[in-house]
Design a protein around this ligand. Structure first.
Ligand code: SF4
Length: 368
């Protein structure tokens, strides 16, 4: 069985005011225990699933680049005791503050193939608003340093809250660098965050204007949208992320990580102590386990496919899930064709245009 592996490192230097990920700034003293538990979880998982071939590894967080190179190496060693595909994509998220040449060289030597840089912006005003630890100079320097060692470099951008001119300038800087991939996220104000408590709000009009400009602007620079928030030069789409949208089997290891294996969804606990203790006690850190019934499986796969720009190829979908998707969702599809939120083109069902992608959550909720 092909398997896509996610590893979660839940530590950060400082909690960003917009961040709702499971990450801690104050518990670094638990790091050694956490890494031991994580390696034990890797070992346990693969001893029960020893026929899997690892297709991709994605080390995310948190801030995985706050780990020392030998700590990262030992996680990779644990994974590589198993069957790993020859062209396995190995991605790590790197904070611009850590993207120095010595560290990047070590990452390269340990077989990392792709770096996702948490630049967020090249504009000091934006970075200060986001309360990031790095400035615009470090954003540039981190990209330049990374490009010296890696061909496959992605950057993160956050937008939707700034003036349009600052947004345009940010994009201009981004495309001036020979990066291969951009993950561009609209700032989202989640309940658990400091921005939510500060009642930060975004103008919908501004968000829409920036999103439509982004899609068009990147396209003129041959960086194509392939999912709502993801853009890549041809051939540099993230294999790991695509596996999620194609409903492939993936395992998430570490605190709060999610998995989907043989039609069962799993979610690990998001309590750090509980995660470490359970693993040391020889117990499972899983908090939630849910077997998908046949209908739910079809619904979820369809929704995931619609997130992508190519949408859902009807014939392939019907063959894979042994169904007739147009009958299955007859009334919802006819409603959305009428509303012009979805369209059927060249044998695929997809979201009708970039403007409708912005309301994709509302569209997709009709298929749950
Ligand atoms: S660095 Fe990333 S994971 Fe850490 S607090 Fe900031 S946004 Fe969250």
């Amino acid at each position: 069985m092909n398997l896509y592996v996610y590893i979660h490192i839940p530590y950060c230097y400082k909690k960003c005011p917009y961040c709702s990920f499971v990450s801690y700034e104050k518990l670094l003293n638990t790091k050694q225990n956490y890494l031991s538990a994580l390696k034990k979880e890797i070992e346990n998982f693969f001893s029960n699933n020893n026929q899997c071939t690892i297709q991709t590894i994605y080390i995310g967080g948190g801030t995985p680049s706050l780990l020392k190179s030998d700590e990262l190496q030992s996680i990779l060693d644990s994974l590589r005791k198993n069957i790993v595909s020859k062209d396995c994509e190995v991605t790590i998220e790197v904070n611009p503050n850590n993207a120095n040449k010595t560290y990047l060289k070590l990452l390269k030597e340990m077989g990392i193939t792709r770096v996702s840089l948490g630049t967020q912006s090249f504009n000091n005003k934006k970075l200060q608003f986001l309360n990031r630890l790095h400035d615009s100079k470090q954003s540039f320097q981190s990209v330049e340093n990374t490009l010296e060692f890696f061909k496959n470099v992605s950057i993160d951008l956050i937008y939707g809250f700034e003036d349009f001119s600052d947004f345009q300038e940010d994009l201009k800087y981004a495309v001036s660098l020979p990066i291969k991939h951009i993950s561009a996220y609209i700032l989202s104000i989640e309940r658990s965050t400091s921005f939510y408590r500060q009642k930060i709000a975004l103008s919908e009009e501004n968000v829409e204007k920036q999103f439509l400009y982004l899609v068009k602007f990147l396209k003129t620079h041959k960086i194509y949208q392939y999912e709502i928030s993801n853009f890549a030069k041809k051939g540099f789409e993230s294999k790991h992320n695509q596996a999620y949208w194609q409903n492939c089997n993936y395992v998430g290891l570490g605190l709060s990580a999610s998995s989907y294996i043989n039609e069962v969804r799993y979610k690990n606990t998001d309590k750090l102590d509980e995660y470490i203790n359970k693993i040391f006690e020889g117990k499972d850190p899983i908090k939630k386990r849910e077997k998908l019934g046949p209908k739910r499986k079809i619904k979820e796969a369809f929704i995931l496919g619609l997130r992508t720009i190519n949408g859902v190829n009807i014939e392939q979908f019907n063959n894979k899930y042994n169904c007739n998707i147009e009958d299955f969702f007859k009334s919802q599809l006819s409603n959305h064709y009428q509303l012009k939120t979805l369209k059927k083109i060249n044998g695929s069902i997809k979201i009708a245009n970039p403007k409708k992608l912005l309301i994709s959550n509302y569209i997709l909720s009709d298929f749950i």
